[in-house]
Design a protein around this ligand. Sequence first.
Ligand SMILES: Nc1ncnc2c1ncn2[C@@H]1O[C@H](COP(=O)(O)OP(=O)(O)OP(=O)(O)O)[C@@H](O)[C@H]1O
Length: 613
Amino acid sequence: MEKMTEKHFSIWQNLPWFKVQRHGFADAVRWWLPAIVVIQLGVTLISAAVPALLVRLLGARTGLPTLLVAMIGIGLGLGCLQFGQVVVDAFMQQKSVSVRLEMFTKDGADYLHIPFTAAADAQVRAKRAESMTYGYGGDTSGVGVFYGALVHTVQNAFLILVDALILGGASWWISAAIVATTVLAFYPQQSFQRFRRAKQKTMEDQWNPRSYVQHSSFQEENGKDIRLYHMADWYQQKYEHFVDLDTVANRSIERRRFWVRSLSALLTLVRNGVGYGLLVFLAVNQHISLSQFTFYFTLLTTVGTTGEAVLTQYGLLRGANADINTGRRFLDWADDVIKAMPQGKTTPNFGTAPLTVVFDHVTFTYPDGAAPVLNDISFTLHGGERVALVGLNGAGKTTITMLMMGLLTPDKGTITINGVDIQTISPAALRHYFAPVFQESTVFAGTVGYNVAMTHDYDPAKVKAAIAEADLTDAIAALPHGIKTELTTYLHDDGVTLSGGQTQKLMIARALYRDAPILLLDEPTAALDALAESALYQHYQKMATGKTSLFISHRLASTRFSDRILFIQHGQIAASGSHDELLAKSPEYAELYHTQSQYYDEDQSSEEAAQDA
Ligand SMILES: Nc1ncnc2c1ncn2[C@@H]1O[C@H](COP(=O)(O)OP(=O)(O)OP(=O)(O)O)[C@@H](O)[C@H]1O
C-alpha cells in the first residue's frame, strides 16, 4: 500500500489545491479579496482624515451647519463601509466553514472507501485522527483558519504599505521606521509559529491512545466492564495524563508567545517614538500644518495595530498551511489508495445455479503481520456444496471469508467465482453474492427492520419472514414497536438492547433476508442456547439449499450437517473430506474431535446416570 507522503506544500501550492477541493473558492478569493482590501483601506483613511478635517474646518471658523453636514456625510460614508466590512466578513466566515465541512465530509467518505485492511491499520487511524484535528476538524483547524488568515494578511500588508507611503509624505524616516520594525518583528513571529508546530508534533504520537481512550470510555458495550473492573480510575488517569501533556506543551507555547509579544510591543514603542517625535518636530517647525499633523498622527496610531495584525495573521496563515498539509497528506493519500484499489468493473451474470468458489494458491499476510496467515492455500467450494471450515483459534478461518468477499486482497494467487477472478468483479456486485453472518455482531443505530434488511426501504413481510426463520418472532413481538423498534440508545432514547443470543439471531435474519447465493456462517451459534443452536443446525439444511455455503465452527459436532470438512492448520488446508475420512487421515483433527467429544460423552453419561437414579 502507498506510504503517506511527508511532503510540505507551500501556501501557493495549497491555493490551487483548495481550488480543486472546493469550486467557488477561487472566485471568492478573486472578487472578495480586493473588495475587503479596498473597504479596509477606505475605513482606515477616512477614520484618520476625520480629526484632520475637523481641525481644518474649526481653524477656518466654519459654521455649525456646514460642520454638521460634513460630519453626518462622513459618518454615513464610514457606516456604509463598515457595513460592507461586516457583510464581507460574514461571507468569508461562511465560505471558510463550507470549505472545512466539505473536507470533513470527504475525510469520512475516503475513510469508508479505503481498503478494509488500511482502515483497520493503527497507523492510518492515527494519521486520520491527526489530519482531522489539525486539518479540518474545527474552526481552529488549518482549513478553518486559512481563508480568514489569508485575507487578513493580504489586507493588512497592503494597508501597512499604503500607510508607510502616505507617512513618507511627512518624512521617509517614518516609513523606514515602519518597514524596519515590521521586518524585525517578522522573524520572531515566524520562529514562534515553528515552535508551536514542533510542540504540537510532540503530542501527535499520542493520537492513537488518545482516540482509543475517548472512544472506548463512552461505548455502551464497555460500560459494565469499566464498572466491574474499576476501570474508571484507569480512564481518569489516562485523561489526566493527556491533559498534563497538553498543559506542559501549551505552557511552553504561551511562554514563547509572551516573549514574542513583548518584543513586538518594544518595537511598536520604538516606531511610535520615532514617528511621533518626528511629527512633533515637523509641526513645531511648521513643515506640516496642524491638520496634516493630526492626519499623520492618527494614521501612525493605526500602524501599530496593522503591523501587529499583518504579522499575527501571516503567522496564523503559515501555521494553518502547515495544519492543512497534515490534512492534505491524508486526503491525498486516501485518493491515491482508492485510485490504486483493484476496482473490478464487471458484473457477471452467473444465472441461478449455485456458484463455485475456487482459492488457487492464495497467500495472505496482514499489513502489520510478520508472517503469512494463509500460505499457498488452494480449495474449491463446489456449487451447492455445504462445506465446514474448522481449525484452531487464529488458524485463518475468518481471514478466508474476508478474502472471499474481497474485503482483503491476496498477496499471491487468485480467487474465482464460477471461473471469474473476483478482482475483476465490481465490489458492489461481488458483495451481492454473499450473505455473511460474522463472528462479531454489528447492530446499527436503526430499527429492527433496518438492521435485518440493511436498507430503510425494506419489505416488512420479508423482514418478518426472515425473523421467523431465525426464530426471533416472539422476542421481536415483545418489543414496544415490533420491527419498528429502534435498536441501540446511541441515537434514540427509546432504543432497546437485544441479548447476545437474540443479536446473533438477528444477524442470521439479516443473512436470510439477503438471500444471496453464497452463505458464510462464521461461528453463528457461539451466543446461542442449546435449543437455539440445535434449531439452527436443523434450519441450516433449509437455509443452505440451492446455495453454496461455508460454515465455520469450533464445535466439530456441527460438521455432520456439512457435505465436506476443510481442516485448516498452520495457514494451509491440512486435510479435506468427510468427518470419518478426517478422523482416519488427520491425527490432529482426530485429537481435536476426541478432546471435544470427551466432554459431550461425560455430560451425556452423567445425564444418563442422573436419569437412571
Ligand atoms: N487485522 C488484523 N491485523 C493483523 N493480524 C490479524 C488481523 N486479523 C487477524 N489477524 C491474525 O490473523 C490470524 C488469523 O486470524 P483469523 O481471525 O482469520 O483466525 P480464525 O481462524 O478465524 O480464529 P478464531 O477461530 O479465533 O476466530 C490470527 O493470528 C490473527 O492474530
